[in-house]
Design a protein around this ligand. Structure first.
Ligand code: ATP
Ligand code: MG
Length: 385
């Protein structure tokens, strides 16, 4: 008898003829997640198995963050011997209270009991050994799964995982990552669709501190736990911001800044093989996120801009940030470069002609080029934060 993790996958079932491709990626991603912990991974009968890891809980926690995985169950694997299976079932249900149901599943048709008989036999033995339990076939509190395949597998706990599509099956995109609550959530949503996401962060030293940068790197590291780590491109943005601040109309400041962020992000994205940009914008959330402002921001670039939070309100975004584990870092107090130069009365209905006129007042192309050339790239898996 040994412990294994049963790893179930959801949406990849749906992918018809491409199924082998999606599955191969998924297995490789699970493998990459658990190999550092000593786990061994294999695929059998539409199920991924992990075994041989000294720390099973840590393994389960890693696997539940692998996109494409639907749920994870710590299980025992044993010989297909009914008496041993019953003893293991009794053992698993020891100390539990309330209601339960046994789900039997016989894939190996040479096993003498069919699925119903198996469930009935094991259910009876569990009841005898633990009188605190009652059977409820409709709404059981504990579901004991017994499967007869190449071996017998028993599990009672099912840990929900992140779902989505396996990372690497959906192309590459560049996330504009600020230190706020929204952008990490936006990145997560797109990663969840199988996209490999890199991050670009605009940094206005000395107006924003070294700690503000570290906060962003920490957020990227937290997001990177859902993939194979993350590349973070940090862009020196001070000169552009100063020029916009000094030479252009104050009320257009935010949208101008956002247009330059998009232009720089687009260049960094192309240089890194990314096909789309991602932002944490949500319609109407602030002055620079009115429909008019978003139209002007989009007009600065040719690449598609994904805004997965566009229809969410702040509380919904906070719920996701909490669930994925970025919220506590996001609310650390350090200044973001946007807040430092925020105009007093930002325009909520900017017009593209006015923006273009304002942009003619600075040497935008040179400043954009300099910012791109000054990019410093960090790898979250090398960072000790
Ligand atoms: P967030 O919580 O993500 O900071 P926000 O509500 O504060 O969002 P804005 O500051 O207007 O909104 O920024 C909108 C989006 O622009 C962010 O979600 C992010 O994608 C991008 N962004 C803003 N500031 C930066 C920055 N310093 N570096 C990289 N991207 C940024
Ligand atoms: Mg922000």
């Amino acid at each position: 008898m040994r412990k294994v993790l049963l790893v179930r996958f959801g949406e990849v079932h749906l992918k018809g003829l491409n199924r082998p491709y999606f599955l191969k990626k998924l297995v490789a991603n699970v493998r990459r997640a658990v190999e550092p912990l000593g786990g061994r991974v294999w695929l059998s009968d539409s199920r991924i198995y992990v075994a041989d890891a000294p720390d099973f809980d840590a393994c389960a926690q890693r696997v539940r963050k692998v996109f494409g995985v639907h749920s994870v169950s710590p299980a025992v694997e044993m010989e297909k011997d009914l008496e041993s299976i019953c003893l293991a079932a009794e053992d698993m249900m020891r100390g539990k209270q309330g209601t339960f149901k046994v789900f039997g599943r016989r894939s190996d048709k040479t096993f003498p009991l069919d699925s119903m008989q198996l469930a009935a036999e094991i259910g009876g033995r569990v009841l005898e050994s633990n009188p605190a339990l009652k059977v409820d076939v409709h709404h059981p509190q504990h579901k004991l799964n017994v499967e007869i395949r190449d071996h017998a597998y028993l599990c009672v706990e099912e840990i929900p995982a992140v779902g989505g599509m396996p990372m690497g099956t959906g192309g590459k995109a560049m996330l504009l990552l600020s230190g706020g609550i929204d952008s990490p959530v936006a990145g997560y949503q797109i990663m969840n669709r199988g996209v490999m996401v890199q991050a670009v962060h605009f940094y206005s030293f000395p107006y924003t501190s070294e700690r503000a940068k570290e906060k962003v790197l920490k957020l990227a590291k937290e997001l990177g736990e859902y993939g194979n780590g993350m590349l973070v491109h940090v862009v020196p943005f001070t000169e552009l911001q100063m020029q916009l601040h000094e030479k252009c109309p104050d009320e257009l400041g935010t949208v101008l800044m956002r247009r330059y962020m998009m232009r720089i992000a687009e260049r960094v994205a192309r240089a890194n093989g990314c096909q789309a940009l991602i932002t944490g914008e949500s319609l109407g959330q602030v002055a620079s996120q009115t429909m008019e402002a978003l139209v002007c921001t989009d007009a600065a670039v040719n690449m598609p801009v994904f805004r997965p939070l566009i229809g969410l309100d702040k509380l919904e975004i906070i719920d996701i940030a909490t669930a994925i584990g970025t919220y506590d870092t996001s609310i650390l107090p350090y200044e973001d470069c946007c807040t430092v130069f925020t105009p007093r009365h930002p325009s909520t209905r900017p017009r593209i002609e006015d923006l273009e006129k304002a942009e003619a007042l600075i040497d935008g192309e040179r400043l954009t080029e300099e910012a791109v050339n000054g990019v410093e790239t960090f790898r979250t898996w090398e960072m000790d934060l």
